[in-house]
Design a protein around this ligand. Sequence first.
Ligand code: PLP
Length: 376
Amino acid sequence: MEVPLVKPDLPRLSDIAEPLAEVLTNGKVSNFGKYMNKLEVEIGAFLDVPAVAVSSGTTALILALRALGLQPGHRVVVPSLTFLATAQAVLLAGGIPVFAEVGEDLTMSPDDLRYLLQKHSDIDVVLPVHIYGQPCQVDVIADIVRQAGTGRARRISVLYDAAHAFGAKHNETRLGHFGDAEVFSLSFSKVLNSVEGGLVSSSNPDLLARIEKLRNYGIERNYEAHEIGLNGKLSEFHAIVGLHNLRQFSRKQTIRLRRADWYLEKIASLKDFSIPSMRPNSKHAYKDMVVLVRGNLADKRDTVMDYLKSRGIETRAYFFPPLHEQVAFQRYADRALPYTSEIARRVICLPFYTSITRKEINYVVGGLIEAEERFA
Ligand SMILES: Cc1ncc(COP(=O)(O)O)c(C=O)c1O
């Protein structure tokens, strides 16, 4: 059996034939068209907070950082355990990443954040990541940032990288509401996808208005820019796919969460694999199904992955190497992050997608059991 890491949720051609034919016929294929506008309106209604659509999650991060007023050369706290786009966006927006440890739930460690805010006086933005779909400790982070900001000349903003976490909740509130803004990716591997795309959600209309300008080359009116933006437009083709998927989202999410439960139940009975800790007051989006090798397999992650590959099971070591160990980012890393380094060497993302079957899950977990028998 072959089990891929991801199978994107995509419409059938017949599902979107009508709007596709419409835009192909009338030529209105981009430049903030009808479907992009509909997508923004319906996402805003779903999240219960306004959102602006852009061409990717990376673009959304860059533009949100710029719109929040990140000063060139000022610092942005990011976890080291994340996809490299988080820190790349900081650099592309003119900031300097400061790498933070993660806690047991694999989101940014509040204690380390408190330490970093005491250490650096030029932190403009805190950028935690709802990693794999697990919401960060948003209340604790808000308190820490508020306390650290007292008496500072510049306000510290909080921007969440929610690339993995569309549909997740903290208490009963959907992500999208927290911090000054939240950024989602709509790329094909995400729980809601428009093939490629991104969103910024915020209850601050001025911030969103600035992002709307920045995504259109910074144009103020006619062809005159007052500041430097970029092409961050979401095409109508992408919006049509995104809109279709959004309308299926609640149904698909129920299926996905049920399948996550099947998986988690089976993994819980394994000796040498554990699941990162989860907080009871949050609802995970389960973009990824993550296990940590432990016990006798703790230093045999790559052997386990090679074995699973030989059985047709595709996995990834997300996120290894952690950013502070990567060539592109090492120069911004001025200290060891032992917990992050350890976790990044023990993590495996297993195949997971909305349409995964019980048979496929059983086959993957069977592969993990065989790995325990062979290598532990
Ligand atoms: C945590 C995180 N942030 C940002 C991004 C960037 O999103 P995009 O690929 O849409 O640019 C990704 C992409 O996978 C991601 O995993």
